[in-house]
Design a protein around this ligand. Sequence first.
Ligand code: NAD
Length: 313
Amino acid sequence: MKKSSCHPSKVVIIGAGRVGTSFAYAMMIRKLVSEIVLIDVNKEKAMGECMDLNHGIAFAETLNIYCGDYSDCKNADYVVITAGASQRPGESRLKLVQRNTEILKSIIPQILKHTTTAKIILVTNPVDILTYVALKISGLPKNQVFGSGTTLDTSRFRFLLGRHFDVSPDSVDAYIVGEHGDSEVAVFSGVQIAGIPLEKMKGYSEKKMMDIYKHTKNAAYEVIKYKKSTHFAIGLVATEFIEAMELNQRKVYPVSALLDGEFGLKDVCLSLPCLIGKDGVEKVMPIDLNARELKGLKASAEQLKKIYKTLKI
Ligand code: NAD
């Protein structure tokens, strides 16, 4: 067997569905860690997925991919939660809330029996609510538990802006903040392409920008209408987080983190650009928002807080 150049780290994925396996596949190709464990209530499914992934291992360097149980969380560096029900066509992420809260309540204590040091990344929707629930149930520090938040929305936003202005999305500096959902906010005031503010770009019009925001916000509904779920892009998003922590890259992603006074918001999980390094969420970046964006962010927080009150945690 060839010698692996992967880091001797371990990722446990809870939920071997479309998102969990797309993430596992992306992780395997990215060659970041040497151990990937899949856990699912449906053991046969997890087993089949592991077999399928292992059959590609000759072309990757991840040494060990296996189907496990919660005891495999011991010595894990990262636990990524993708377990749960997904949105039905037309269903908002918030409607999923109590169904997936119950699932999370059963998962978190089982993880904590075996590790209190792994970073826990929430992907299951509604991700902002579930990140908050995971923090409350686990009592872990806020840097250690975060949700994928609006990183996927931001990537969609950058893709659409890039396509409109004919620039690669990774040269577009733009963020979606707030809830990963219907109240998310596009920070148009901060968008830059190669240092050029948006309004100065050839092809800019307010109407086109609103179209792009609408398409960003409704992207998941559209994809779900056509193919019932979204999973490839989010698989890559979660891989980016692992890479940023594993390599201590200190990259900035808009993840769902527990706020502690930023913009006057406290005790709520939502997305603002955060610095991700070896300790997880190391800092919430002091982004500039105009009055309209700030109002949107606060409305997002209000919306989420209303839901907390209805939850049985
Ligand atoms: P899926 O139905 O394909 O997979 C979910 C898996 O979870 C299934 O294999 C199921 O058996 C498993 N599961 C259910 N309860 C479990 C439990 N208690 N313990 C262990 N495993 C359990 O769904 P999917 O398409 O993979 O979506 C998963 C979640 O990810 C959904 O909530 C979806 O909305 C969310 N999602 C989030 C984003 C994001 O940007 N945050 C993007 C896409 C999807």
